[in-house]
Design a protein. Structure first.
Length: 192
């Protein structure tokens, strides 16, 4: 992982994240498309709304109609009651609407969707796959764009592998890794 100056990051967890990213290179497609950058910025703005806590990440998520910036739902960590994750909030809010949109959806998240929850709550990968099972063929989350893979701060996440194995397209929006990780860990200037 590189710092904004182009120098490699020196902290242990950044190195761990880089090793994991290198291991996922065959699965992660890279994206620098203007639409994806714009949507990731919206997800990052939501992540900044989270109140940092030492036991969880601050993550933002937006769901859009595929290939557009039209947001159909959004969420951020702990937005809804019950120790909720960003993707969980966005999916719950989408399902609470009067009509679930038809067609493919894109999910933008500042961090890899979780595959394990220490709280015992349903992991975000299971929620995404469950949404697709329930709403196919009318609607599905087809593409997932992430800012950074989840570091091993709390658990060993396997979200990219699980989602890719289920046939979803997974992309990493380049240029957001350091900022997404900093905000996720609560290193947000608004709270310092």
């Amino acid at each position: 992982m590189l710092t904004t100056s182009g120098e490699p990051s020196r902290d242990r967890t950044s190195r761990d994240t880089t090793k994991k990213e290198q291991g996922l290179r065959g699965l992660l497609r890279e994206s620098v498309d203007e639409l994806q950058v714009r949507c990731m910025r919206k997800a990052l703005a939501l992540a900044r709304v989270c109140t940092p806590i030492p036991t969880a990440f601050c993550v933002g998520c937006v769901l859009t109609k595929a290939g557009t910036s039209e947001i159909v739902a959004s969420g951020y960590s702990r937005e809804l009651e019950g120790n909720t994750h960003a993707e969980e909030c966005a999916i719950k809010k989408l399902l609470q609407g009067s009509v679930v949109p038809t067609g493919d959806l894109d999910l933008y998240t500042t961090m890899e969707p979780c595959s394990l929850r220490l709280s015992g709550n349903t992991p975000c990968t299971d929620l995404i796959l469950g949404f697709n099972r329930t709403h196919l063929p009318r609607s599905r989350i087809a593409n997932i764009y992430l800012g950074v893979v989840e570091p091993n701060d709390f658990v060993n996440c396997d979200g990219v592998n699980r989602l890719q194995g289920a046939g979803l397209n997974i992309f990493q929006v380049l240029g957001f890794q350091d900022e997404c990780l900093s905000v996720a860990r609560g290193q947000n200037p608004a709270f310092n």
